[in-house]
Ligand binder design. Sequence first.
Ligand SMILES: [Zn+2]
Length: 339
Amino acid sequence: MLIPGEITIGFYKIPTLFLASVLGVLYWVFVVWYEGRKDGFSSDSILDLAFSSVTLSAVSFYLYSLLYRNIKLYHPNSIVLSLDYELTVSLLCFLSSLIPVLYFSKRWKWSKYRVLDIYSMAFSLFIFLFYVARTLVLGDVNSLALSGLIFVFYLEILRFRGYRFSSGTIFSLFCFFLAFSGILVLKRDGYLLIYGILVIIGTVSIILRRNISVYKRNLPSEFIERIKGKLIKKDRSLKKSQQLLINEDPYLQTDRATGNSESMDEAILEDYQKNVNDANKNIVKGLRIQVRKALASIKIGKYGICERCGAPIDKARLKAYPEATTCIECAPDSDNSNE
Ligand SMILES: [Zn+2]
């Protein structure tokens, strides 16, 4: 035992593992928020989602503990008791946390697979932290092994996320990996049922996800040609804007009014104009990259298929916004203002 099983705060004695779980949950929320924002989800919404998941998990934790205690008192041979308490509670909390994802993704038109991937990363870190704490409190080798395994998994995911996995893959891998690690090092009562459920969830997710991505887009060739024309025209006009902005760059002007910086006000004004000019250059550059990406997707025959989730992109969206390479559900928030 490296750290005590209970920590005294004021008059209260709090089990260390409970404290570790609470800290873990806070960290979990942070990871969901951080990764979610990196993925283009709005900060407020992703936090709402994370807190709904935490609340629902806490409720199911409380209800199950209540049930478990009552059954223990009155029915010594019940089905519930034959399942390991810790494993069952963990599974229930995990499942409860997923319910808000399914609900809110539908409401906010988010890709649930992308959110599930983010959740998996946060769960990996939570499990890692919890089992490190458990190792320190109980000195148990299996906990150490589990935390090690899950940490390696997390590092691998981090390495390949974004460019090698389509959305939803991380979630399925997480379910499989957890079941696999559990069977290796955490064989508790009823483990086959608990890990079996994880494998089923991972498999169902893959099947549902594949049903979207096998969709072949058969857009009429006239439609594609028209889009291609629009995109090429747009690329040309963006190129012109780029050139114009370079010409207007106050620092590159030959007749600079403040060449000798004698007037402070004019120097400040010039800096301001320079900043605006730079910002506009970046915007135009970004737009041009997007147009180029759409043109490239036409070339490889993937135009009209969402690059994030593989779903077909709505034809109306393509008409209004021909450079779209994601469906509306996967579009970053800033994208929607262009329509
Ligand atoms: Zn999509």
